[in-house]
Design a protein around this ligand. Structure first.
Ligand code: BGC
Length: 761
C-alpha cells in the first residue's frame, strides 16, 4: 500500500511538473527546475556539474606551460577548443571560467542555447576587486585596502558596480568574496582578504555579497562565492594549499564566523572549498564541512564549487583517494556540486551512477541547486549581453570615481614626524624611485594589465597633483627580483641633489609577472621585510641626508623596522587599484586627509608570527630574548593630519540579562585644524570565562566625519550575538559575569576608553 501511495505521488509530481514549461518566465522557479530536471539525461545532469576553462584560454595556452605544468594552466590533454564547443552544443558543459571577453561569452552561450534543452551556461570569473582580470574594467583597491577603510557602504558599492561590469560582459558569477581570516603574513594571499579580524571580515564580506547579488532577480546581479572553506590562511608555515591543523574551537571562533554570517544573513549563492586539508581531512572531501556545518547547521541552500582541480588532488596530492574516479566519488558524496574544472569528470561520474555507487538523487540534488541559480539569474531569458551597451557601463566615470574614493579611504599613514603633508615650496626637486613608482602593479593580484591611459601610476599622480614640482624618476624596473645595483646606486647619487626623496617599495603581485612575483596566489615568503635590493635602495637614498619618504605598495604586511626608526614618514598604500597613484599623491600633498586604519597587524619580524591583536590572555607570558614582543603597528592603528579625542564613554545599563542589548556611547572631537574621518572602534573583553577568551575582540566600528573642532556623540549597540562564545560543551552562550567595553581609535590600550557591565545569571 505504502509503495502504491509513493508511486502515485511520484506520478502526480511528474505530471504536474510536465505541465510547467521550464522556459515560461512566469512559472515559479522550483517548478521550472523540476520540469527541466525531469527531462534531462544522466549525461546532461553530470555535465551541468562540470566547468571548463574558456575556449580562447585553451587555444592560447603556451605549449611549454602545457608540457611543464598542466594542472596550473588548465590544459586538457587531447582536447581542443572545438571539442569544448561541440560538448557545449551537446549540453554537456554547465559552466566556464577564464572567459575574458564578451564576444567569447556570447559565442559559448549561443552554443549552449542550441543544445537539446537550451540550458544556458553560468560563466564564472575571479572578479576580486573589480572585474579587472578582463580588460577595460574598473580595478578597485584589493580587499586588504578595502578592509582598512572599514567602509562597508563602499564595499557594497564596489560590488554593485562590479556586478554591472560583469553582466555587461555576460559574466554571471564572481569567485569572491574571499572571507578567509588572514593570520600569517608569509602567506601570499593576504591582500585578497579583509585582514585578521573575524568580525570585520564578516561585515565586509556580507556587504560585498549584498552588492554582487542585489535582489537576485536577474538583470545586473551576479552570484557571489564565499571562499575558501576553510582556514587555508593558517596553514603550516603560511604555505598556500599546505595542510592546516587547527582546533575545532579555533575554527568556530575565528575562521567559520564570516561564513556563518554570509550564509545565514547574506544568503550567499555559492561556496568554494579550500585547497588545503583541515585536521587530516582534505576540505574537498569533508562531509563535516559541506553537509554538517554549511548545509545542516547554517542552512546553506546554494551550490558548492571545488577549487581549481582540487577534487583530482584528493588522489594526486592528498592521497586519500586511490584513483581520480574515487576522488570524484568522495567529493560528491561529501556534498560537492560543481567541479572546477576539466575532463574525465563527465564519463567517470556517469559510470559511478551507473555502477550504483552514487544515487541519482544525489546528482539531482546538485543539478537542482545549479539550475535554480541559473533561473534566478535570469539566464534562460537573457542569455546574452549587448556588447556595445556594455561598453558604456564598463569603467564609466561613476565607477572610476568610486575606485578613486575607495583608494583614498584605503591608504594607511603609519608614520609621520610632521613632514606630511608635503610643502611644495620647500620641496621643489623630488626624487621618485622604487619598483612600484610608475607601474601597474598598484592593481595587485587578480588584475590583468589595463590600457595605460586608464591607470594613474604614482609618478603620474605626483605630477598631476604637484605640477610645479620637479620629479626626477629613477627606474628600478617592475619587480624586486630583477632590480639592478647600478640603478640603486644611481638613485642614491641623485638623492644627494634633491630636496626630498620618495621611495615606492613593496611587493609585486600582478598576475602577468610570472616568475617575477613576490606576492599573490602561490607567492608565499619565508621573510616579510622588503625583498631583495629594495632595503639597500631605501638605506642608500636615506643616507643622502635628504628627507626620505617610503610608500609601500604591497599585498601582505611587510616588516619595516629599520624604515620606521629612520624615515620621517611611511604610507602603507596596499594595492590601491587603477587610480591609486592619484590617491597616494593627494595624501602626500595633503589634498586628502588619510583616514584608513590597519585591518591587520604588522609584525616586526616573521619570527613573531602568529601576530594578531585578539590573542588569548596568556599572551602576557610572551617573552622573546632577541626582540620586542610588540608588533610594529597594531590592528586598528592609522594616523591622520588632524587629531581626535574620545571622551565620556557611557553604557546604557550597568547590568543586563543574557538576552538583552546594551548601548555604548562616546563623544569624539576633532581637536586638530582640518576636517577628517575617524574610524571609531569598539572592543569587548569577557573578564572571567569558563573557556579562555581573547584580550579583546572587535565588535563594532563606525566612520565618523568631523570638521575641525567638531564633536559628535556616537552609539554602538551590543547584542547577545556579540557577547556569545563557545563554552566547554561547545554550546554558544552568553556567560554571566563582567564584560569590559573599550572604545577608541585603535586596538592599543592607550587609545581606548574603558567601561564595564555585568551580565546577570
Ligand atoms: C584559487 C581560487 C580561484 C580559482 C579560479 C584557484 O587557484 O585558489 O581562489 O577562484 O583558482 O581562478
Amino acid at each position: 500500500m505504502k509503495k502504491f501511495i509513493l508511486l502515485a505521488l511520484v506520478a502526480i509530481t511528474i505530471s504536474s511538473c510536465s505541465k510547467v514549461d521550464y522556459k515560461d518566465p512566469n512559472a515559479p522557479i522550483e517548478k521550472r527546475v523540476e520540469s527541466l530536471l525531469s527531462q534531462m539525461t544522466l549525461e546532461e545532469k553530470v555535465g551541468q556539474m562540470n566547468q571548463f576553462c574558456g575556449v580562447v584560454h585553451v587555444s592560447n595556452m603556451d605549449k611549454k606551460a602545457q608540457a611543464d605544468n598542466q594542472d596550473a594552466q588548465g590544459y586538457y590533454p587531447g582536447i581542443n577548443a572545438d571539442t569544448l564547443r561541440k560538448w557545449t552544443k551537446q549540453g554537456l558543459i554547465g559552466s566556464y571560467l577564464h572567459v575574458l571577453t564578451p564576444e567569447e561569452a556570447n559565442e559559448l552561450q549561443h552554443l549552449a542555447m542550441e543544445s537539446r534543452l537550451g540550458i544556458p551556461l553560468i560563466l564564472g570569473i575571479d572578479a576580486i576587486h573589480g572585474n579587472c582580470l578582463a580588460p577595460d574594467n574598473t580595478s578597485y583597491p584589493t580587499s586588504i585596502g578595502q578592509a582598512c577603510s572599514f567602509d562597508t557602504e563602499m564595499a557594497y558599492k564596489i560590488a554593485r558596480q562590479t556586478a554591472k561590469e560583469m553582466r555587461a560582459m555576460n559574466m554571471h558569477w564572481t569567485f569572491n568574496p574571499n572571507i578567509d581570516v588572514a593570520r600569517d603574513a608569509r602567506w601570499g594571499r593576504v591582500g585578497e582578504t579583509f585582514g585578521e579580524d573575524p568580525y570585520l571580515v564578516g561585515q565586509m564580506g556580507l556587504a560585498l555579497i549584498e552588492g554582487y547579488q542585489g535582489d537576485m532577480q536577474g538583470g545586473d546581479d551576479v552570484l557571489a562565492c564565499a571562499k575558501h572553506l576553510i582556514a587555508g590562511s593558517q596553514s603550516i608555515n603560511g604555505g598556500n594549499s599546505v595542510a592546516t591543523d587547527v582546533s575545532e574551537r579555533t575554527l568556530h571562533e575565528i575562521f567559520l564566523p564570516p561564513y556563518e554570517l554570509a550564509v545565514r544573513s547574506g544568503k550567499v549563492g555559492t561556496l568554494m572549498m579550500a585547497h588545503n586539508e583541515i585536521n587530516g581531512v582534505p576540505c574537498h572531501s569533508s562531509k563535516w564541512l559541506m553537509e554538517d556545518v554549511m548545509r545542516k547547521d547554517y542552512g546553506f541552500d546554494g551550490f558548492i564549487v571545488s577549487d581549481w582541480m582540487d577534487i583530482e588532488r584528493l588522489h594526486s596530492r592528498h592521497e586519500t583517494a586511490s584513483s581520480r574516479k574515487e576522488a570524484f566519488y568522495q567529493s560528491i558524496m561529501a556534498g560537492m556540486d560543481m567541479h572546477m574544472h576539466g575532463i574525465y569528470w563527465n564519463e567517470e561520474v556517469v559510470e559511478l551512477v551507473k555502477e550504483g555507487r552514487i544515487p541519482m538523487s544525489r546528482i539531482d540534488a546538485s543539478v537542482r541547486r545549479i539550475l535554480t541559480a541559473k533561473f534566478r539569474l535570469g539566464l534562460f531569458e537573457n542569455p546574452y549581453c549587448d556588447i556595445e551597451e556594455g561598453k558604456k557601463v564598463r569603467m564609466c566615470e561613476e565607477h572610476r570615481a568610486t575606485a578613486l574614493e575607495a583608494a583614498r579611504n584605503s591608504i594607511v599613514l603609519v608614520k609621520n614626524n610632521g613632514i606630511l603633508p608635503l610643502d611644495t615650496k620647500k620641496y621643489k626637486r623630488v626624487l621618485v624611485t622604487g619598483i612600484n613608482s610608475d607601474d601597474q602593479n598598484i592593481m595587485g593580484d587578480w588584475s590583468a594589465p589595463q590600457q595605460p591611459e586608464n591607470i594613474t601610476t604614482i609618478l603620474e599622480g605626483l605630477r598631476e597633483v604637484a605640477p610645479k614640482t620637479e620629479f626626477v624618476f629613477v627606474n628600478q624596473g617592475d619587480t624586486p627580483k630583477r632590480m639592478k645595483q647600478e640603478n640603486v646606486d644611481k638613485a642614491a647619487r641623485i638623492a644627494r641633489t634633491t630636496d626630498l626623496n620618495i621611495v615606492v617599495a613593496g611587493e609585486t603581485s600582478l598576475r602577468v609577472r610570472k616568475g617575477f612575483k613576490t606576492c599573490g596566489e602561490n607567492q608565499d615568503r619565508a621573510t616579510i621585510d622588503l625583498y631583495g635590493l629594495q632595503k639597500d635602495l631605501v638605506r642608500k637614498v636615506a643616507a643622502s641626508g635628504k628627507p626620505t619618504i617610503l610608500v609601500v605598495v604591497t599585498g601582505r604586511p611587510n616588516s619595516l623596522v629599520w624604515e620606521d626608526e629612520n624615515l620621517p614618514a611611511i604610507l602603507y598604500a596596499w594595492e590601491p587599484g587603477m587610480l591609486g597613484g592619484k590617491a597616494i599623491a593627494e595624501i602626500l600633498y595633503g589634498e586628502v586627509n588619510p583616514s584608513a586604519k590597519l585591518a591587520i597587524t604588522i609584525p616586526r619580524h616573521e619570527g613573531q608570527i602568529q601576530m594578531y591583536y585578539n590573542q588569548k590572555k596568556s599572551i602576557k607570558r610572551y617573552r622573546l630574548v632577541d626582540m620586542s614582543t610588540k608588533p610594529l603597528y597594531e590592528f586598528g592603528y592609522g594616523l591622520s593630519y588632524t587629531t581626535y579625542e574620545y571622551s565620556d564613554l557611557q553604557l546604557s545599563k550597568s547590568e543586563i540579562a543574557p538576552n538583552e542589548n546594551i548601548e555604548a556611547s562616546v563623544t569624539i572631537k576633532n581637536t586638530g585644524a582640518r576636517e577628517g574621518v575617524e574610524i571609531a572602534q569598539l572592543y569587548i573583553r569577557d573578564c572571567i570565562s569558563d573557556v579562555t577568551r581573547p584580550v579583546k575582540e572587535l565588535k563594532g566600528f563606525e566612520r565618523v566625519a568631523l570638521k575641525a573642532g567638531e564633536s559628535k556623540r556616537i552609539t554602538f549597540t551590543l547584542t547577545p550575538e556579540h557577547l556569545r562564545y563557545y563554552n566547554l560543551e561547545m554550546e554558544r552562550v552568553v556567560e554571566p559575569g563582567t564584560f569590559q567595553v573599550m572604545v577608541g581609535g585603535s586596538s592599543r590600550n592607550k587609545d581606548l576608553l574603558t567601561a564595564e557591565f555585568e551580565v546577570k545569571k
